[in-house]
Design a protein around this ligand. Structure first.
Ligand SMILES: [Mg+2]
Ligand SMILES: [Zn+2]
Length: 191
């Protein structure tokens, strides 16, 4: 008998300024420094049965600041750091694009308008298909207005954190939290 697949609830996390310190255009594994609470916060989401998905704009690729190979190494470090504290993310989606070339990178194939760069919600929709996610049971956590806008477009609940860019901008999230750890408290108390 065909059984309808169970829908999953998910937490979408921005990367820079949420999981790790945003030092602007991180281009090597050394530059990636996790917040001390990040792994513990994510572990709680793992244990609560959430799919944890990172959705990050990485225009460093389009800007010729970093190669995709190096970005992979940066993400390997991120996952290794999480693993040390028994936490994991189910997948990292990144947007390598940027709409404008500026000088030497103008021939970069990733210079284009795309559907994945936040504030668009392309990465969230991709994850929705891949993990059978129920957006109505899901949250987006971000430190920038574009994260909140992407979450609103997808129809998930939104939490702005005060780390990184501290959600300055006109778009108001459903909740404000000091950091990812407090955001996780909000999520776990929302049931
Ligand atoms: Mg950010
Ligand atoms: Zn893109």
């Amino acid at each position: 008998m065909f059984q309808k697949e169970k829908k999953m609830k998910a937490i979408f996390l921005d990367r820079d300024g949420v999981i790790n310190v945003d030092t602007s255009y991180i281009k090597s594994p050394d530059e990636l420094v996790l917040y001390p609470f990040a792994a513990y916060a994510i572990k709680q989401l793992n244990e609560a049965g959430y799919i944890v998905v990172v959705v990050t704009n990485q225009s460093v690729i389009a800007r010729n600041i970093c190669t995709e190979k190096t970005l992979e190494l940066i993400h390997e470090k991120l996952e290794a750091e999480l693993k040390k504290e028994e936490a994991y993310v189910n997948k990292i989606y990144y947007c390598p694009h940027h709409p404008e070339g500026n000088g030497s990178n103008k021939n970069n194939p990733y210079i284009k308008e795309c559907e994945c760069r936040k504030p668009k919600a392309g990465m969230l929709f991709q994850a929705k298909v891949e993990f059978n996610i129920d957006f109505s049971e899901s949250f987006m956590v971000g430190d920038s207005e574009c994260d909140i806008q992407a979450g609103i477009t997808a129809g998930v609940k939104t939490i702005g954190v005060k780390t990184g860019n501290a959600v300055s901008g006109k778009t108001k999230p459903d909740y404000i939290a000091t950091d990812l750890l407090e955001a996780v408290k909000v999520i776990l108390n929302s049931k």
